[in-house]
Structures are given as structure tokens and as C-alpha cells.
Write a protein that binds this ligand. Structure first.
Ligand SMILES: Nc1ncnc2c1ncn2[C@@H]1O[C@H](COP(=O)(O)OP(=O)(O)O)[C@@H](O)[C@H]1O
Ligand SMILES: [Mg+2]
Length: 292
């Protein structure tokens, strides 16, 4: 036992999301988005949060980030109550959140200065900022402003900024959703390497079943709202490092994948009224045949 491990912390989870309810006030009364969401997370665990749109995934993440306060229950990190944002919990939002008047480099610099100003020299900080921008393949455009780069590139800067903070907890809301398939695969591989090296605890919201299985130690599947809660938790015990090509043919990988699909599309099937009660207008264009 090292000296920093006290007896009382041995059985306590690193991150304890404890019996959370979230009721939003609305003009027609309270809307109970979350009901009794309870999850204990160990240090270094990679958790994916998956569930249909609108079930409450972002609400859970925002509560852990300290941006929202639960109506009942709460969050403990290292035994301390979370009730505001803190640098030990970096957030990557679904839509990048860069300051538009700063370059990619300066956006990362702002976060790095906040955390390492007292412990790193200027040159060390510069090296660290450049290293993190290189990790997300942004070294060629690091002196461009957000309006000069694509949406996917902005997202990558947001990820570099979060990683550069070396957070104990990395909270990511569909971080790779807007990226093209090749960049997404590269980012997933980098994230696995980084997390393996730094042992960050990660909660990532995703819609992508393959991404969830590839990256996670556990996949937390949420029921549909209102009163959304945790429906099932899937343990992913595939050995690391994981290789997407090898796993594509792996029996256990495919079993896990199909469990998630079954949860989403059978057990929590969401019936959406798409194309019901939609009739064409009185005038529709005539088919254009042989007009030239
Ligand atoms: N500030 C708010 N006020 C009222 N309702 C909200 C608010 N934020 C979220 N909701 C509702 O709570 C539910 C969960 O939202 P959210 O966490 O964004 O879902 P998800 O991220 O899973 O798509 C949705 O029905 C949403 O409309
Ligand atoms: Mg969301």
C-alpha cells in the first residue's frame, strides 16, 4: 500500500455517481429527465454511455462536469462532492467550444497556462501545447483561427485542449461524431494509447456501437426517458491493446456488439412517428422525362 492510500479510500469508488434524479422545470411543471442513475467508476476505467437521443446522456455528463446540479443524489470524486467545474475534469463537448478570436494554439495555451503556469517554463509549455496538437494531427494548422478550419479540425483542437490539461477525468460528449471515418479511427486509436499511458478515467457518450465496444471497459446502456435510468451494463473484457481489424473477426467482440444492438433496437426500441401522417401537397412536380 503506498502512503497516499488511506484505509477508508480502499473500498470507495474513485468516481461515485450516486442515485441521481434530474428534474427540469418547464412551463407545464417539472420534467423528470433522470431517475435514480447510480454508477460507481474505478480509477482508469473507460466507460461509454449509450442510449437513444434525448434519453439523458448529456445531462449525466453535465452533472459529473459540475455544470448542472442534480435534483436528488450527487457525485463524489475522490470522496469530494462535485458541485462546480474543475480542471481535474476536462470536458469535450459535442460541438467544439473554442474561443473564435484565438488560434488553435492559443486555445490550447489558455488551458495549459491555467494548469501548468507554476510548474512549467514557457518553453516547456510551448513544447507541451505543440505535442498535443500533433497528437490530433493539427500541427500544420495550429496558428489558424476556428473560422479558418473545418468542423472536424475544430473538434480535434477541442480534444487536444482537453488532453493537454492531463485531467484525472475526461468527459466526452460524442467527441468523434462529426469526424470522417478515417480521422475518427485515428482519434480512437490515439485515445486508447493516451489513456493506456496516463490512466485517465473516461466517460464518453457515443452513438457508435463499434466505438463503444472497441474503447470501453464497460458500456452503460440507458433506458429511454422520461425518468431515464441505467438499463444494463456490459463488461468488455477484450484484452488490450485492441486492434480494430483483428477484432472485426473476433467472436467475443461480435457478441458484445450484438448485445448493444439488441438493447438499443429491441429492448429499448424507440418508435418514432417518422413518415406517418405525411401526405404530399396538392401540387407535386411532374416527372421530368425526356425533356431534352
Ligand atoms: N435545461 C433543460 N430544460 C428542460 N429540459 C431539458 C433541459 N436539458 C435537457 N432537457 C431534456 O432532458 C432530456 C434529456 O436530454 P439530454 O441529456 O440532452 O439527452 P441526450 O444527451 O441523451 O440526447 C430531453 O428530453 C431534453 O429535452
Ligand atoms: Mg446529448
Amino acid at each position: 500500500m503506498n502512503s497516499s492510500t488511506t484505509k477508508s479510500s480502499i473500498n470507495k469508488p474513485f468516481l461515485d455517481i450516486s442515485h441521481i434524479d434530474m428534474v427540469f422545470p418547464t412551463p407545464t411543471g417539472g420534467f423528470t429527465a433522470l431517475k435514480d442513475v447510480d454508477l460507481k467508476i474505478n480509477k482508469g476505467e473507460f466507460i461509454s454511455l449509450i442510449g437513444h437521443s434525448g434519453c439523458g446522456k448529456s445531462t449525466v455528463l453535465n452533472i459529473v462536469a459540475g455544470l448542472n446540479q442534480a435534483t436528488n443524489g450527487g457525485v463524489l470524486l475522490n470522496n469530494k462532492e462535485v458541485n462546480q467545474p474543475g480542471p481535474e475534469r476536462a470536458v469535450v463537448f459535442q460541438n467544439h467550444s473554442l474561443l473564435p478570436w484565438l488560434t488553435a494554439y492559443q486555445n490550447v495555451e489558455l488551458a495549459v497556462k491555467q494548469i501548468f503556469k507554476k510548474t512549467m517554463s514557457k518553453a516547456e509549455m510551448r513544447g507541451w501545447i505543440e505535442y498535443n496538437l500533433k497528437l490530433v494531427h493539427m500541427d500544420h494548422a495550429m496558428h489558424k483561427r476556428p473560422d479558418e478550419i473545418s468542423g472536424g479540425m475544430k473538434q480535434r483542437v477541442g480534444i487536444a485542449r482537453a488532453l493537454a490539461m492531463q485531467p484525472e477525468v475526461l468527459l466526452m460528449d460524442e467527441p468523434f461524431g462529426a469526424l470522417d471515418a478515417l480521422t475518427r479511427a485515428h482519434m480512437q486509436d490515439s485515445l486508447m494509447e493516451i489513456q493506456n499511458e496516463l490512466n485517465n478515467t473516461v466517460i464518453m457518450i457515443t452513438h457508435d456501437v463499434d466505438e463503444a465496444v472497441l474503447l470501453s471497459d464497460r458500456i452503460v446502456m440507458m433506458t429511454n426517458g422520461p425518468e431515464a435510468t441505467i438499463g444494463e451494463i456490459l463488461d468488455v473484457q477484450l484484452p488490450r491493446p485492441r486492434n480494430r481489424l483483428a477484432l472485426a473477426k473476433d467472436l467475443e467482440y461480435n457478441r458484445l456488439r450484438s448485445e448493444v444492438l439488441t438493447f438499443l433496437y429491441e429492448k429499448q426500441r424507440k418508435v418514432e412517428n417518422i413518415s406517418i401522417n405525411i401526405s404530399p401537397p396538392a401540387t407535386v412536380p411532374k416527372k421530368r422525362v425526356n425533356q431534352n
